[in-house]
Ligand binder design. Sequence first.
Ligand code: ADP
Ligand code: ADP
Ligand code: ZN
Length: 216
Amino acid sequence: MSRMVLFGPPGAGKGTQGQMLAEHLGIPQIATGDILRAAVKEGSELGRQAKSYMDAGDLVPDGIMVEMIRERLKADDASEGYILDGFPRTVAQAEALDDMLEAIGQTLDAVIHIHVENEVLVERLSGRLLCRDCGATYHTRFSPPAKDRVCDQCGGELYQREDDQEETVRSRLTVFEERTQPLVEYYRRQGIYQKVDGDREPQAVRDAILAALGTD
Ligand code: ADP
Ligand code: ADP
Ligand code: ZN
């Protein structure tokens, strides 16, 4: 099982699961949100183009995202497979990805939908902390670091994402429902869609994903 999409609303646990699965399966996690945040931090052209959309909780335009993924999938480490986290987020992105893969005789193996109710999502996002240096994810209550605001893994400073404030979270959830949810039907038709319950311990979610992939 090599080319998969982790699908789900903001806060579902895509980043958390992507990190665990990448280690377990030995393939890279490709998180478009992480790539965009790094670009914003660097102040690159991509970062400048993306920032206003991200701050507002809107989607960055498809053209920008598709070109980003096209470049990323060319890298050597993606040759044995990958875990897409946060892409595709629109039907146009999914179609572009299918075209890209078809051109090189490949297909996606699985699309895993991590399902979590909105109330829980808001709770998760309002407590989410990220490491400035290594990107590791924590939660003030559900998975707190050993030392306040310090990353267990690298000692980096933990911060709260600007777009994790409640008002922006609400609009991101609406954007998910309107623009991203239609992908369920898109991938169901392809016969590669599977839904797992994301509202349990991270290890249990991971095991459910591995079971869905048939690689546990
Ligand atoms: P979350 O982990 O909360 O789902 P991400 O880190 O994946 O959020 O994405 C953060 C922001 O980056 C999004 O709100 C959006 O503005 C932008 N973004 C990330 N991936 C995409 C994408 N595939 N298409 C459009 N915008 C994206
Ligand atoms: P996404 O990438 O889908 O936006 P994250 O992996 O960043 O989601 O998780 C969002 C927040 O919820 C983080 O603070 C993370 O620590 C926490 N979290 C992730 N998975 C779980 C889980 N199974 N149970 C409780 N909290 C979780
Ligand atoms: Zn760190």
